[in-house]
Write a protein that binds this ligand. Structure first.
Ligand SMILES: O=c1ccn([C@@H]2O[C@H](COP(=O)(O)O)[C@@H](O)[C@H]2O)c(=O)[nH]1
Length: 232
């Protein structure tokens, strides 16, 4: 059975917990995601630890956002870890995104458009006027023009982004919640089934899996639901 297009966010306070979650979910999912919490606590070695324990691809979610020269150096520094995916903020602009792409040649650079935790009202307050979908599409086009091979957007915008950028770009959606699950700090959310039906290639899911009493069973349930949509 092929594993489902899910990146489980290993937002754990310690490596032991992350390794336990990873071991439980990797029979069912394609990817595990290392974010700021684990990376800042354990440093680059955490990538090898997680990869060694699981054998699945590792997504490094550092959301780089700085001037192009600084991002070039950061991308070079993490490129040697060979993560499958590395995130940068699309709002960093074309030159910054290009710097990441050129300096991490064996990694797929994914540009984060607008964080899924931001509501329409939050976006308005920080100066993003109009529907969030318009801003996300503008950022997506800029990022792809600069060489980003993947985009991070909310599942609410994924269909519009797909229509804008076409089939060749990997679309990654956090802000995914199974029906009835709490949204927590996420604002622009949809179900896993809806995200896949609307064109997402990889769903980022953390707490709905990792906060469950049985993370392996939670991942297996979502994976089965996704397979039904993908086979329909
Ligand atoms: O716009 C974004 C970009 C990244 N994330 C990350 O995804 C996971 C989501 O975790 P949940 O527990 O499923 O909410 C988390 O690691 C974020 O840093 C995002 O949520 N939104």
């Amino acid at each position: 059975m092929t594993s489902a297009p899910i990146a489980v966010a290993l937002d754990a306070p310690d490596l032991e917990t992350a390794a336990r979650w990873a071991a439980a979910v990797t029979p069912h999912v394609s990817t595990v995601k290392v974010g700021l919490e684990l990376y800042l606590r354990y440093g680059p070695d955490v990538i090898a630890s997680v990869r060694g324990a699981t054998g699945v691809q590792v997504f490094l979610d550092l959301k780089l956002h700085d001037i192009p020269n600084t991002v070039a150096g950061a991308a070079r520094a993490v490129a040697r870890l060979r993560p499958a995916i590395l995130t940068v903020h699309a709002a960093g602009g074309r030159a910054m995104i290009r710097a990441a792409v050129e300096n991490a040649p064996n990694t797929r650079v994914a540009a984060v458009t607008a964080l899924t935790s931001l509501s329409e009202a939050d976006l308005e307050r920080i100066g993003v006027r109009g529907p969030s979908g318009d801003a996300v599409r503008r950022l997506a086009v800029e990022a792809v023009g600069a060489g980003a091979q993947a985009l991070v957007c909310s599942p609410r915008e994924v269909a519009a982004v797909r229509a804008e950028v076409g089939p060749g770009v990997m679309l990654i959606t956090p802000g995914v919640r199974p029906a009835g699950a709490e949204t927590q700090d996420q604002a622009r959310v949809a179900t896993p089934e809806q995200a896949i039906a609307d064109g997402a290639d990889l769903l980022v899911i953390g707490r709905p899996i990792t906060a469950s009493a049985d993370p392996g069973a939670a991942a297996a349930r979502i994976a089965t639901a996704l397979r039904r949509v993908l086979q329909a």
